[in-house]
Design a protein around this ligand. Structure first.
Ligand SMILES: NC(=O)c1ccc[n+]([C@@H]2O[C@H](COP(=O)([O-])OP(=O)(O)OC[C@H]3O[C@@H](n4cnc5c(N)ncnc54)[C@H](O)[C@@H]3O)[C@@H](O)[C@H]2O)c1
Length: 325
């Protein structure tokens, strides 16, 4: 049966792709986004225009304003809420804690309150691999205790999981948390390393490489993430948390080599020490997601990075005409 899905953060990277994928299979989608300027809002507007061309609306509104949420819910009567709106980014949280407190804590409770009062709605929300923080046992499993977040961003995402658990317990709200691991791909986020590296290498500028490139990340291609989010919507679990990651961590040095090869130029590297808030490795154990969601990442870095670079070049020539996914 087709679903009516309210997607918060729909002008963002993940929300934009999810909105298209759900609409393409016949679900009714309404997006909500405040188009903030954490990164260039013109990219968010371009995503919105692209969605509008497909008949998908992204309403302008802030999750910190309960009235904006109620208005969106009234116009859609959602069967599902996929909550992706958040203040993202680990490094930005060191200097801008209030932005995280507002969107990720106040905004998150507003989402829980909205869902509690909507009859029969199921909530799926974005958590993050950052909840694993200082954990050293790898791969990271959903059953591991994770109480040592090393960034405020990670702390707010962990708080989301705790708050969601209490709403499930108190009000029976069906709720699923998704721990995304470093998502990349076309229409991606300019604040993320792969985007900045590509831009700098194209333009012959230097890139900052932290900890001599000895950081490992479980880079996950956007289409694989979207498959996992849709499977979670369809499962409609009572209360679960899933890792959505590629399950193949890659060293930053190799990641840079793949971008260099794709762009056809060598990077000028500025070596810097480990950054505050960063972790040495992220690595998803996906056995639980595999079993419950049929989650199976398909796109390697060698396939995914060229797809990103192709989009990046097209977008920068003709901003609103670049292809999606
Ligand atoms: N991309 C990743 O690698 C990654 C990894 C782990 C977790 N996540 C989480 O996944 C979700 C989606 O991430 P993304 O990469 O698409 O980020 P994004 O920044 O591109 O998208 C988030 C969107 O939410 C909107 N937003 C932020 N605060 C809002 C508010 N108060 N009201 C309304 N809209 C607001 C922003 O304008 C943005 O368009 C986020 O919750 C993020 O924390 C992403």
């Amino acid at each position: 049966m087709s679903k009516r899905v309210l997607i918060t953060g729909a002008a963002g990277f993940v929300g934009f792709h999810l909105a298209q994928a759900l609409a393409a299979r016949g679900d009714t989608v309404l997006g909500l986004d405040n188009f903030n300027d954490y990164y260039d809002p013109s990219l968010k507007r371009a995503r919105m225009l692209h969605l509008a061309q497909l008949g998908i609306e992204v309403a302008e509104g802030d999750i910190c304003n309960p009235e904006a949420l109620k208005k969106a819910a009234k116009s859609l009567s959602p069967t599902h809420v996929v909550h992706l709106a958040a203040q993202a980014g680990v490094r930005y949280s060191i200097d801008n804690p209030q932005a995280y407190v507002q969107s990720n804590l106040v905004g998150f409770v507003n989402i829980l309150e909205l869902c509690r009062h909507l009859d029969g709605v199921k909530l799926v929300y974005a958590s993050s691999s950052s909840v694993y923080g200082a954990n050293t046992k790898t791969p990271f499993s959903e059953s591991d205790v994770c109480d040592q977040q090393v960034s405020l961003y990670g702390a707010t995402k962990k708080s989301n999981e705790v708050l969601a658990a209490s709403y499930h317990h108190l009000y029976g709200l069906p709720v699923t948390g998704l721990r995304f691991f470093t998502v990349y791909g076309p229409w991606g986020r300019p604040d993320m390393a792969y985007f900045g590296f590509t831009k700098a290498i194209e333009e012959g500028e230097s890139i900052k490489v932290f900890n001599n490139g000895k950081l490992r990340r479980d880079f996950t291609y956007i289409d694989d993430i979207i498959d996992g989010v849709i499977a979670s919507v369809d499962l409609g679990a009572d209360h679960e948390i899933f890792n959505l990651g590629n399950n193949k961590p890659v060293e930053l040095g190799h990641f840079i080599e793949v971008i260099e090869k794709t762009v056809g130029k060598k990077a000028i590297k500025e070596q810097l020490p480990m950054q505050q808030g960063d972790v040495l490795q992220t690595y998803a154990d996906i056995s639980h997601s595999r079993e419950r969601l049929g989650f199976e990442p398909k796109i390697s870095l060698e396939e995914g990075i060229p797809r990103f670079v192709e989009w990046y070049r097209a977008y920068n020539e003709v901003p609103n005409m670049a292809g999606s996914r």
